[in-house]
Design a protein around this ligand. Structure first.
Ligand code: FAD
Ligand code: UDP
Length: 372
């Protein structure tokens, strides 16, 4: 038998939060991580004095007081407010959809004028219940914005026609009749000064926690199941069960990062490319997450290319459509027959979680495991 109380598979936010809380309660924890570093998808690395978000732009935002206080134990957050800009064939539009966007699109200046224009555009969907993402977008905001700012981006991102995608994806996006470019409605928002990796490092710093990177659970699955009294698994749940009920779907991404010899490449942290022809969805310029911090004359940019997922690729996004959610429910039933294993996080729970939701989910698991 192992000298540990828990094996945590995956050193992302879910695994690290669980390990931190377990060690605080005197439990001994082994963490294994298949990548060569800890942090999961929030991993950041310093290049030319700039914190580079290796797996895409990560902006922390939440309305959950408990979670906000919790992460602030591990880092100081700056006042960054996400205000992405959309580039449609060289025309620049503010996001999310707000008075700045409507002014640029239609020349309207007041909320009343904007609403009149949106209402006119929505007529197309009058009396019809939106059955897919295209119809949802048009009934929310009209065809002009749908065609220029939504259709191309969405079809690239998800690799499917907007008419075949579920409506809920677009409901995440706010629509505002104010001149407010803040992408999120949450009460708290920011970027940890000095990057995200330090948060996970601090969480795993307890002497009761041992971390090993470059180790894949599936190389010795049976051994781990045999040796450890309890396992927290944050990888893909369908792979855990050898895909025996079929594959869940994921979206993957490819990141292309460049160090450039200039101070300011695009003037904003995030620019979305919303046309169908540009093969990437967004370009991040990392230094703008920390208000230009970094070596003079240098900047780092990352282009984000959506990609189909096949076994062996990184599964960045769960695709929470009806078919996959139903299949996931069946995997959950299998999971109930594995009392030794707790499935957690974006991949273990197959949910499009943001960082704050992952921490909240991990704290809930901790409450269930230790405090009742
Ligand atoms: P992960 O971070 O994926 O961690 C799981 C870990 O388990 C990984 O490190 C993986 O390598 C490891 N692992 C998997 N299988 C095995 C195995 N077999 N053996 C060993 N190790 C294994 N959230 C926000 O709040 N704001 C944002 O702006 C934001 N932007 C995002 C942008 C992108 C491009 C993506 C992909 C996500 C974004 N998110 C954002 C979501 C955020 O990344 C997640 O909520 C969070 O990182 C999930 O944490 P996790 O621990 O569940 O999973
Ligand atoms: N979206 C869009 N145009 C944009 C940005 C987003 O059409 O410029 C749509 C797209 O379908 C995307 C969804 O809105 O999948 C949610 O966007 P969000 O920025 O929340 O996605 P994430 O950061 O999770 O990739």
């Amino acid at each position: 038998m192992s000298k540990y109380d828990y094996l945590v598979v995956g050193a992302g936010l879910f695994g690290a939060t669980f390990a931190y809380e377990a060690a605080k309660r005197g439990k001994r924890v082994k963490v294994i991580e298949k990548r060569p570093h800890i942090g999961g998808n929030v991993y950041t690395k310093e290049v030319a004095g700039i914190q580079v978000h290796e797996y895409g732009a990560h902006i922390f935002h939440t309305s959950n007081d408990r979670v906000w206080q919790y992460v602030n134990q591990f880092a100081e957050f700056n006042r960054y407010t996400n205000s992405p800009v959309a580039n449609y064939k060289g025309e620049m539009y503010n996001l999310p959809f707000n008075m700045n966007t409507f002014n640029k699109m239609w020349g309207v200046a007041t909320p009343k004028e904007a609403l009149a224009k949106i209402d006119e555009q929505r007529q197309e969907m009058a009396g019809k219940k939106p059955a897919n993402l295209e119809e949802q977008a048009i009934s929310l905001i009209g065809r002009d914005i749908y065609e220029k700012l939504i259709k191309g981006y969405t079809e690239k991102q998800w690799g499917q026609k907007a008419t075949e995608l579920p409506a809920f994806i677009i409901r995440r996006l706010p629509v505002r009749l104010t001149y407010d470019n803040n992408y999120f409605n949450d009460r708290y928002q920011g970027i940890p000064e000095g990057g995200y990796t330090q948060i996970v490092e601090k969480m795993l710093a307890n002497e009761l926690i041992d971390v090993e990177t470059g180790v894949d659970f599936f190389d010795q699955k049976d051994q781990y199941l045999n040796d450890y009294p309890k396992i927290v698994f944050t990888g893909t749940i369908d792979r855990f069960f050898d895909y025996q009920l079929g594959e869940l779907q994921y979206r993957s991404l490819r990141f292309e990062t460049e160090l450039l010899d200039e101070d300011n490449h695009q003037g904003n942290a995030v620019i979305n490319y919303t046309d169908a022809e540009t093969p990437y969805t967004r370009v991040i310029e990392h230094k703008h997450f920390e208000f230009g911090k970094g070596d003079k004359g240098k900047t780092v940019i990352t282009r984000e290319y959506p990609a189909d997922w096949h076994r062996g690729d990184e599964p960045y996004y769960p695709v929470n459509n009806q078919r996959n959610n139903q299949l996931y429910t069946k995997y959950q039933q299998l999971a109930q027959q594995e009392p030794k294993v707790i499935f957690g996080g974006r991949l273990g729970q197959y949910r499009y979680y943001n960082m704050d939701q992952v921490i909240a989910a991990a704290l809930k698991t901790v409450d269930e495991e230790f405090d009742n």
